[in-house]
Design a protein. Structure first.
Length: 172
């Protein structure tokens, strides 16, 4: 894929047919078959190259972004949101969709930074700390006996609603 990629190339228009935009899809990496994951990662990679150049994020998004699952998830969310914004249906109330997407990009930018890899040398993400023995059982016990998961439902405004209802039903 040429660098920087032209995002318009993601939507090839059929020759001689009316221009139609594709239906945006959800991306769940673990639910994809390996071949689809590779194809989608290449697509995301081309878009990330465009994003780094267009928004001058080359010092923020490191070249090893694809080796960091959290960054991949954030970039995936940005990409699919970008596709829905720029290639999706125009819906009422979405007049500022592009500006909203750019605001979202800037809000997520700190999460794309990898200080350990900023020098150009990739650092592996920290290893996952394994759960201590018995933690699954502890969780299930919590779900069974904790007030947070066992007390009956009650709306926080129930007393106010009851007061208003009593006021409404009061004899004149």
């Amino acid at each position: 894929m040429p660098y920087p990629m032209n995002p318009a190339d993601l939507w090839p228009m059929p020759t001689g047919a009316a221009a139609q935009k594709p239906e945006p899809q959800r991306w769940v990496w673990v639910a994809m078959q390996p071949a689809e994951r590779r194809t989608r990662m290449r697509e995301l990679g081309g878009w990330v190259d465009w994003l780094r150049t267009t928004f001058e994020l080359h010092n923020t998004i490191t070249h090893c972004w694809y080796r960091h699952p959290a960054v991949v998830e954030h970039l995936t969310a940005l990409y699919t949101g970008w596709m829905r914004t720029y290639a999706g249906e125009e819906a009422p109330g979405r007049e500022l969709a592009e500006a909203d997407w750019i605001n979202t990009l800037h809000a997520l930018t700190p999460r794309l930074k990898l200080p350990a890899c900023a020098t150009g040398t990739h650092q592996e993400p920290p290893l996952l700390v394994p759960a201590p023995p018995g933690s699954a059982e502890d969780f299930e016990l919590y779900l069974t006996i904790s007030d947070a998961t066992t007390i009956p439902a009650a709306h926080p405004a129930a007393a106010e609603l009851a007061r208003r209802e009593a006021e409404f039903d009061a004899p004149l």
